[in-house]
Structure formats: structure tokens, C-alpha cells
Ligand binder design. Structure first.
Ligand code: MF3
Ligand code: CO
Length: 248
């Protein structure tokens, strides 16, 4: 069942979304060659606590950290640790915050110093795919209009989209109905209504769309170990079009 949020609930979600976006902006500033992914996690956790919010990922099905940091061929759910980010890497940072009883969920992929032209294109196209999906998140459209727009943009640029993991409804739970695939034919699934809130999160690969999970039980990597990028926003289907809740 897709939960329609009331105006009060939407107000609370704007606040949790804004907090999530502020944290992403802070992390973006800190990302440079020589830092560890653990230092980003430490910073995120202390900042979240200082804001009287809670980290959404910490303890989620036993997940051990507050953010996810996925480097290069890692797609999503990379666990922060002692790994040092070096020039030429890309890192996907995924952040979830609970505030006022509501979740915000957002991700971006950043370049560490200079990266290859190919990698830069992957980042740009993945972010554009997210916005292509958001553009379809309109009243009276259908759910898979979003999915189709994401896939079309990624594939027309020569990349592939991950199918194994999907976006999701978001609200008082991190994962609500519906699932939001990043692929598929348009015009299917539920009709979108005002007050629906969802996290749209394309994961786009340079090579094969196939992925696998490492022995740590969390880190998702591309099967061919080529690069992958991930961007995510929590959005509202508004009366007057989509509204990005995780926007500063
Ligand atoms: N954005 C991811 C999701 O929607 C974050 C979950 S990471 C986890 O599933 F560690 F909490 F699982
Ligand atoms: Co998400």
C-alpha cells in the first residue's frame, strides 16, 4: 500500500530531507585525496547526533555504519573503513537521516581529484538519469514512467542500469511501497498521486549491469569490476510537479 502523506507529514519530510541534504553538502566538501571513508562516517554520525537526528542506516539489518561509501567498482552499500581515497577514484556516498519521525535518503557520487573522462561521463549521465526520472514523477503519470526515463537516458549514453536494487517509497519507514525500478517499459504500475513520497536512486554501470555481493555480506560490486555510480533524491509528488525533498 502506498501511503499518501498529509500536509503536516510533508512538512516534517521537508525538514528531514533538508537535514540529509545539508549533511551531503558537508561530506562533499570533505572528500579529497588522502582521507579515509571512516573519517567521513565519523563526521556524519557526530553531525547527525548534534542535530538531534538519528542515522537511518546504523543497525539497519545489522549494518555497522552510519553512511555507505562505495568506491569505484562498488555499486552501493560499501562499508566505511580504513580505505584511503586516492586521486582518480570515484566514491558513492549514501546518507539516511531520521528526524521528526521521518526518513530522508540521498546519495551522490564524487570524484577524488582528477578522474578519467570516461568516469566523469559516468557521473554526469547517472545524475542526469536521476533527474530524468524525477521529471516523470508527476501526478497522473504511472510509476514505471520514472523507471523508463532513467533507463533510457543511461543506455542511450552507452551505460547499463542495475536491476537487482531499486528505489522505494519513503516516509515513517525508510523502505515503503512502492519499489521504484530503474528500468522497464513505461506506463505500468500505480498511477502517481499527490502526497506520495519516494526515493529514486539509479545505479549506473560502465560495463555489465550484473552485480554481486562481497563476502562482507554488504558491499555490492559490478560483476566485471568496472566502475559504477549512484545518485539518489527523496522526492514528493506535488500538485504542481515533483519536489525534491533532499535539496538544500
Ligand atoms: N539508500 C539505501 C537504500 O535505500 C540505503 C540503505 S543502506 C543500509 O536501501 F545499509 F542501510 F542498508
Ligand atoms: Co534509498
Amino acid at each position: 500500500m502506498i501511503i499518501i502523506k498529509s500536509p503536516e507529514e510533508i512538512k516534517a519530510m521537508r525538514e528531514s530531507g533538508k537535514l540529509t541534504a545539508e549533511l551531503c553538502a558537508l561530506l562533499k566538501e570533505k572528500i579529497k585525496p588522502g582521507i579515509t571513508t571512516l573519517s567521513l562516517d565519523d563526521l556524519a554520525l557526530s553531525w547527525i547526533r548534534k542535530k538531534n537526528a538519528q542515522p537511518a542506516f546504523l543497525g539497519y539489518h545489522g549494518y555497522p555504519k552510519s553512511i555507505c561509501s562505495s568506491v569505484n567498482e562498488e555499486v552501493v552499500h560499501g562499508i566505511p573503513g580504513s580505505r584511503v581515497l586516492v586521486e582518480g577514484d570515484i566514491v558513492g556516498i549514501d546518507v539516511g537521516v531520521i528526524y521528526n519521525g521521518f526518513y530522508g535518503d540521498m546519495a551522490f557520487t564524487a570524484a577524488i581529484g582528477q578522474i578519467s573522462a570516461e568516469a566523469r561521463k559516468l557521473l554526469e549521465v547517472t545524475e542526469q538519469s536521476l533527474y530524468a526520472g524525477i521529471r516523470e514523477a508527476q501526478v497522473f503519470h504511472r510509476l514505471t514512467d520514472i523507471s523508463h526515463a532513467v533507463q533510457e537516458h543511461a543506455e542511450k549514453n552507452g551505460f547499463s542500469v542495475v536491476q537487482q536494487y531499486v528505489g522505494h517509497g519513503i516516509g515513517r519507514q525508510m523502505h515503503e511501497d512502492p519499489q521504484v525500478p530503474n528500468y522497464g517499459a513505461p506506463g505500468c504500475g500505480p498511477v502517481l498521486k499527490p502526497g506520495m513520497t519516494m526515493a529514486i536512486e539509479p545505479m549506473v554501470n560502465m560495463g555489465t549491469y550484473e552485480v554481486e555481493v562481497l563476502a562482507d555480506g554488504w558491499t555490492v560490486v559490478t560483476k566485471d569490476r568496472k566502475l559504477s555510480a549512484h545518485f539518489e533524491h527523496s522526492i514528493l509528488i506535488g500538485d504542481n510537479g515533483p519536489e525534491i525533498l533532499t535539496k538544500i
